[in-house]
Design a protein around this ligand. Structure first.
Ligand code: NAD
Length: 364
C-alpha cells in the first residue's frame, strides 16, 4: 500500500473504533469486540484485503439483513468426532470462533475431529481460525468455499465457476518462534487484493485475471467493469474472472474446496449464482488433530527443526532469505503492533463517514 496515501493508526485505537462502529450498528459488546479483533488482526498480519477495508460491506450486509447480528451456530448433527454446524448467516467472526472451539474440544477428547460449517457470513482471514486452534494445542486443516460467490475461472475456462476458496493448515506454536501457518487463497490473488489495486494500491500480477476473450489481465476492470475512483466496486459488473494459482493444480484444489466445504456441508457451492435464492456465505470443512496422539515424540519441536532445515536452503538470485509459511505474517504483526497499522486514507474516510452516520466520535 506504500504507493497510496495512508493514515497510520495504532492497533488499540483502531480496534476501539471498529468495536464502537459495530456496537452502534447493533452488536453487543462481545460480538463487536470479536469483529474488531479479527478485522484488525487481518491488517496486523499484512492481509489488508481482509481487514477494516471490509467494514462498509459488513455494515451494508447488516442493513440489508444479509448478515445477522447476535447469531450462534446451530448444531445440526454431531458425534464424538464430528459436527455439522449451520451459521445461519450470522457474523463469521462469531460463528468461526464457536466452530473452532467445538472442533478443538472434540479433538482434545477423541484425538481428532472434523467440523463442517455452512452458511456463515464472511469468515475473513482463515488464518485466524488456524491460529485459534493452534493456540489450544491442535493442528488444524481448513478447506473453505464461497456459496453463491463464483469469481474464479476453472483451468482451461474463462467463465466464473470456482471461488477464491482458501486453504489453511496451522501447527501449534513454539514459544518465541513464528507459528507455522499456511493460509492461502486458491486464486492467484484474493478478490480483496484486486479491490485494493482498483483503488490505486499495489497492482496484482499480470496473470491474476482472465477476460472473456481468454486474455490474461491485471486490470481491475476485468473483475469490476468500468469504475470511478471513489465509486463502489461490484464484481457483478465485470465480464472476466480471477484465475486459480498453479494452473490445473490450484484449479483442482479450489474445485475440491467447493466439494468439501460446499457440497459435503450442505451449504451449497460457488454457483450458479442465486439458484437457491440464498445470499453469499462461507462454508468451512475443518479437521482438528491432537498432535500428542500421533507419531512424533515432540511434534512442535520436530516441526520447527524441519522449518529451520528448510530455511538453510541456498537462496535464488534476488532473494534474501527463504521463509516458511507464517513468517511474513509474524513479521508484519510485530512491525504493525509496534508502529501502527497503515490504513488507506480512502478506507479511513469511509470509516469516518460510517461513524458520522451512526453518530459516534472517531479518533482525530
Ligand atoms: P498470501 O499469498 O499473502 O500468502 C499465502 C501463504 O504464503 C501464507 O501462508 C504466507 O505465510 C505464505 N507466504 C507468503 N510469502 C511467502 C514467502 N516469501 N515465502 C514463504 N511463504 C510465503 O495470501 P493470499 O493467498 O493472498 O490470501 C490472503 C488472505 O485472504 C488469507 O488470509 C485468506 O484466508 C483470505 N481469504 C479469505 C477468503 C474468504 O472467503 N473468507 C477467500 C479468499 C482468501
Amino acid at each position: 500500500m506504500a504507493d497510496l496515501p495512508t493514515k497510520t493508526v495504532s492497533a488499540d485505537v483502531l480496534r476501539d473504533f471498529v468495536a464502537a462502529i459495530f456496537r452502534k450498528a447493533g452488536c453487543d459488546d462481545t460480538e463487536a469486540g470479536c469483529i474488531a479483533f479479527h478485522l484488525v488482526r487481518a491488517n496486523l498480519t499484512g492481509h489488508d484485503s481482509h481487514g477494516v477495508i471490509r467494514i462498509p460491506r459488513y455494515i451494508e450486509d447488516i442493513e440489508t439483513g444479509r448478515t445477522k447480528i447476535g447469531g450462534s451456530v446451530i448444531v445440526v448433527s454431531e458425534s464424538a468426532t464430528h459436527a455439522l454446524l449451520d451459521g445461519n448467516y450470522a457474523f463469521g467472526q462469531t460463528i468461526g470462533t464457536q466452530a473452532v472451539d467445538i472442533g478443538v474440544a472434540k479433538a482434545r477428547a477423541a484425538g481428532m475431529a472434523t467440523v463442517a460449517l455452512r452458511h456463515s457470513a464472511h469468515l475473513g482471514r482463515i488464518g485466524d481460525w488456524g491460529e485459534r486452534a493452534a493456540a489450544a494445542g491442535m493442528i488444524s486443516i481448513h478447506f473453505v468455499n464461497v456459496d453463491n460467490g463464483p469469481l474464479v475461472a476453472p483451468f482451461g475456462g474463462t467463465g466464473r465457476r470456482l471461488a477464491t476458496d482458501p486453504v489453511c493448515i496451522a501447527i501449534p506454536p513454539m514459544a518465541g518462534r513464528p507459528m507455522l501457518l499456511l493460509d492461502m487463497a486458491t486464486a492467484v490473488v484474493a478478490e480483496g487484493k484486486v479491490f485494493v489495486a482498483s483503488m490505486g494500491g499495489k497492482p496484482v500480477p499480470g496473470d491474476a485475471m482472465i477476460g472473456p476473450d481468454g486474455k490474461l489481465s491485471n486490470d481491475p476492470a476485468t473483475l469490476y467493469g468500468p469504475m470511478v475512483p471513489s465509486g463502489p466496486r461490484n464484481p457483478v459488473n465485470g465480464q472476466g474472472a480471477l484465475r486459480a494459482f498453479g494452473e490445473h493444480k490450484g484449479s483442482g484444489l479450489s474445485f475440491m474446496c467447493e466439494i468439501l466445504a460446499g457440497v459435503l456441508s450442505g451449504g451449497g457451492t460457488a454457483g450458479p449464482v442465486g439458484d437457491d435464492g440464498l445470499p453469499f456465505s462461507n462454508g468451512m470443512l475443518s479437521i482438528y488433530l491432537d498432535p500428542g496422539r500421533f507419531g512424533a515424540k515432540n511434534f512442535v519441536r520436530e516441526a520447527m527443526e524441519y522449518a529451520d532445515y528448510v530455511k538453510t536452503s541456498p537462496v535464488a538470485a534476488g532473494v534474501q532469505e527463504v521463509l516458511v509459511p507464517g513468517e511474513p505474517e509474524a513479521r508484519n504483526l510485530a512491525n504493525r503492533e509496534a508502529n501502527g497499522v497503515p490504513v488507506l486514507l480512502q478506507t479511513w474516510t469511509a470509516l469516518c463517514n460510517i461513524a458520522n452516520k451512526l453518530g459516534i466520535a472517531h479518533p482525530a
